[in-house]
Write a protein that binds this ligand. Structure first.
Ligand SMILES: [Zn+2]
Ligand SMILES: [Zn+2]
Length: 131
């Protein structure tokens, strides 16, 4: 098996995917998947654990409770610190103002054309309508 396949097995196993399914996905015999998982401590006992998203440490999943993503508050804080882009729930769109040509960004709004209301008014009604 290649390192990539091993890596895939690890991550699929962490999601609780069965040996058979992993074998099917990667084109590896499920017996091979099984023995690899056993070697790496990813056997049956790994079913009720998941990996800390930050440090990779195994976390026990408590049945009927929401699985944890981080092993500790420190890891959670650290992860958010290193992934500030994920803090923004809404997508950021980049535009060029159709009136003044200034680049601007908008959150969660794909339909923006103008950087500000003034530009919208000016373009729509003409800036020289009072003259
Ligand atoms: Zn951790
Ligand atoms: Zn503008």
């Amino acid at each position: 098996m290649t390192d990539l396949q091993k890596e895939k097995i690890r991550s699929l196993r962490m999601q609780g995917v069965s040996y058979l399914k992993i074998g099917g996905i990667l084109g590896v015999p499920d017996n091979t998947v099984r023995s690899f998982c056993r070697q790496c401590g990813l056997g049956e006992e790994a079913k009720n654990t998941c990996c800390c998203k930050q440090c990779g440490k195994l976390i026990k999943i408590i049945p009927k409770r929401k699985p944890k993503i981080f092993c500790s508050d420190e890891c959670r804080a650290e992860w958010w610190n290193t992934h500030p882009e994920n803090v923004q729930r809404k997508a950021v769109y980049h535009f060029t103002c159709a009136y003044c040509g200034k680049p601007f960004t908008a959150y969660g709004n794909k339909g923006r054309k103008y950087c500000c209301h003034q530009c919208y008014i000016a373009d729509r009604f003409g800036s020289d309508r009072h003259e």
